[in-house]
Ligand binder design. Structure first.
Ligand code: PMT
Length: 422
């Protein structure tokens, strides 16, 4: 259960006052079983929902809640709390806490720590759907995103207040995945000027002035209104590429299949479900300088998906007739006035990884194929790491196993060099 990224990481968890606070106790357990050290700060409102005793027992450390406690401030002041963390996670991030963060209000230990920190902050919002959709909350979220705060969720669904819509806090395991992603990036946000991604302004880098289109995640091909054909792609590799391209100065359009990941900073995200929708979004995003197809696009779809849920009856299992989906990568790479200057695809293989990738390079007409093994036990689908081979017309480079954001950074560097602008 130990996670390479989380093991020995130090998470400062700020629990805000919302019904979802009970899920934060589960989050502490999940983080600790993966080897993370967790310190907890609770707001006064949070203690109306869960006890600091439970949070202390689960985290194995005293819970902090009082800015003015002489004893606690002498032992570990609010500045120390932030210094001793690799990442600050706010869960649940209530409307009130988000508003105070956006305004820079420091009127309790949680908000003072958040104002005083130079560490990355990940917020998991949770509130009533109307509060979430209120323009004031959306303004605050936009301000915080521009300040470099990352978000996970909120999810959509039935809420404790009986309403339905976005506002439920992301599930603990989704927050754990977002934490792992955040930890693989530099954890400090510089004080003056901010990091290129943290202040929301476009960063300058080797891809400044370029438009990069990335596809990520799986596609879901409907069988009927409730069932689909899908695959195990989590979107982690594609999202990391979008983030790395934005950090390199590019304007980034990320076309994403159905995944549960937060929008990468600096990218405009278009969400689609099927291969045909992904193709339409990719063509609409052109012109682009670079296209990277990291999505695991379904090769086939059901020829005639049913409008109604298929029923189990005496006739037995239905037979599904499949037809081929369009090949997005091949279409984008096909010579035309809108062909991006550099087209890269991936090859997800279970055998003969490099040989199959070489064939895809010429069959699909791309400039580069990133070959990775998705054989049983590789842990690439949905995992934190990847081991890739870079296949071009001039040869093959094999890279050591590294985190997906590291693969993304290196790949964007490689592409920028090929574009002649690095
Ligand atoms: O999402 P993660 O969990 O992080 O996992 C990452 C990954 C394994 C999904 C990723 O690294 C990867 O390999 N993506 C490509 C998966 C895939 O569909 O490979 P393929 O060999 O079947 O397709 C080859 C290329 O053609 C890919 O660039 C694919 O996007 C593209 N393609 C495939 C079929 C199709 N109809 N249209 C396409 O554009």
């Amino acid at each position: 259960m130990t996670s390479l990224v989380l093991s020995a990481s130090r998470i400062l968890l700020i629990i805000g006052g919302g019904v979802a606070a009970y899920k934060s106790l589960e989050l502490i357990r999940r983080l600790r079983e993966r080897g993370a050290q967790v310190r907890v700060v609770m707001t006064a409102a949070a203690q109306q929902f869960v006890s600091s005793l439970s949070a202390a027992a689960l985290s194995g450390a005293a819970v902090r809640d009082d800015l003015f406690s002489l004893v606690e401030e002498a032992e570990m002041g609010h500045i120390e709390l932030s210094r001793a963390a690799d990442l600050i996670v706010v869960a649940p991030a209530t409307a009130d806490l988000l508003a105070r963060m956006a305004q820079g209000i420091a009127n309790d230990l949680a908000s003072t720590t958040l104002l005083a920190t130079d560490k990355r902050v990940l917020a998991a919002p949770a509130m009533n759907v109307r509060m979430w959709l209120h323009p004031a909350t959306q303004r605050n979220v936009a301000t915080l995103r521009a300040d470099g705060v990352a978000f996970v969720g909120p999810d959509e669904g039935e809420m404790a207040c009986g309403e339905f819509g976005p506002g439920r806090m992301a599930e603990p395991l989704a927050i754990v995945a977002a934490i792992e992603r955040a930890l693989t990036r530099s954890t400090i946000i510089p004080l003056s000027g901010g990091s290129p991604l943290s202040n929301g302004s476009p960063s300058r880098g080797p891809l400044t002035g370029k438009h990069v289109v990335v596809t990520a995640g799986p596609t879901f091909e409907p069988i009927d209104p409730v069932r689909f054909i899908g695959n195990r792609s989590s979107g982690l590799q594609g999202y990391a590429l979008a983030e790395a391209a934005a950090a390199a100065g590019a304007r980034v359009t990320l076309i994403s299949g159905p995944v549960g990941l937060p929008d990468p900073p600096g990218a405009s995200v278009i969400r689609v479900e099927t291969a045909r929708q992904m193709l339409a979004a990719a063509l609409a995003a052109l012109p682009a300088d670079v296209f990277i197809g990291a999505a695991a696009v379904a090769d086939w779809r059901v020829e005639a998906a049913s409008d109604q849920k298929l029923k189990k009856d005496a006739r037995g299992a239905p037979s599904l007739s499949l037809v081929e989906n369009p090949d997005i990568l091949a279409q984008i790479a096909a010579t035309s006035p809108t062909r991006p200057r550099f087209v890269a695809g991936f090859a997800a293989e279970t055998e003969n990884v490099v040989e199959n990738a070489k064939r895809k390079l010429s069959r699909k007409g791309c400039d580069l194929i990133v070959a990775n093994s998705v054989a049983d036990g590789s842990g690439v689908f949905g995992g934190a790491d990847n081991e890739v081979h870079i296949v071009t017309a001039s040869g093959v480079e094999s890279w050591r196993r590294m985190s997906k954001p590291e693969v993304a950074d290196k790949l964007i560097e490689f592409v920028a060099a090929r574009m002649g602008s690095a």
